[in-house]
Ligand binder design. Structure first.
Ligand code: PEP
Length: 254
């Protein structure tokens, strides 16, 4: 039986009112419900302490949406892995296509961030994915393997042990149309096998899919053999839908 890992990526969304409504709704509808899923919320970092304090369900984990790879120093605007750890953050999304594109984060920079997270005992949620153009040119496998290889290069053969890898095809993110179940399973299987083959020991790596997951297609996706969890953007901002997803996840696990 799998224990689905559900990550809610709020991106640059939410405000004080939204956060209060979210907490109120979850306190009413979530508390007694989920037991068999790992729920991770990734709001803008400044809201984490507040959500942690007022959310009754203390089994919810928190993730950052970014981290700097330096420990400290003259790096204006940045937050280190150790600082995240000090406020109770356990996970960090990295390599998201929006950061690769808008903040020019290369595979090399992402690998340094991955390294820093592991050094500070945080769990990296590494996003990998190809563009529509790359897909059409049949480059998906090559692109994904390159994104994975840079992590191996910087962090060694045990890099992926107890980490999460989220396959997020860029063409599916925010499009309202997820990749097909067949494709999701096929790609996650390929990446998982590749990671295990290149690791020195019998490692445990968790595979996620992200890209237009909603409460409507969640069940079909989570039931796929190679899917350990999902990363959700838009539908995680609709807290009614988000709670529905958690309830479905718990229900199918019985
Ligand atoms: C994302 O941006 O990581 C994502 C999965 O977004 P959405 O669910 O909106 O496609």
């Amino acid at each position: 039986m799998k224990k689905p890992i559900i990550v809610a990526n709020w991106k640059l969304n939410g405000n004080k009112n939204f956060v209060q409504e979210f907490i109120k709704y979850c306190n009413l509808h979530l508390n007694k419900n989920f037991k068999k899923s790992t729920i991770i919320i990734s709001p803008p970092i400044i809201y984490i302490k507040y959500i942690k304090k007022f959310l009754k369900n203390k089994k919810i984990y928190f993730s950052s949406q970014n981290v700097d790879y330096h420990d400290q120093g003259a790096f204006t605007g940045e937050i280190s892995a150790n600082m995240l750890s000090e406020i109770g953050v356990k996970y960090s999304i990295l390599g998201h296509s929006e950061r690769r594109k808008n903040h020019f984060e290369s595979n090399k920079i992402i690998a340094k961030k991955f390294y820093s997270l592991k050094k500070n005992n945080l769990v990296p949620i590494l996003c990998i994915g190809e563009t529509n153009k790359e897909k059409k040119l049949n480059l998906t496998e090559k692109i994904l393997k390159k994104q994975v290889d840079s992590i191996f290069l910087k962090c060694g053969k045990l890099a992926f042990h107890k980490t999460i890898v989220a396959y997020e095809p860029i063409w599916a993110i925010g499009s309202g149309k997820s990749a097909s179940p067949y494709l999701i399973n096929k790609i996650l299987k390929m990446i998982k096998k590749y990671i295990i083959k290149n690791s020195s020991n019998n490692i445990k790596v968790y595979m996620q899919y992200g890209g237009s997951v909603s409460y409507k297609n969640f069940e079909e996706i989570i039931r796929l053999k190679y899917v350990d969890g999902v990363l959700i953007g838009s539908d995680s901002l609709n807290f009614k839908n988000f709670c529905k997803i958690i309830n479905i996840s718990d229900f199918i696990n019985k």
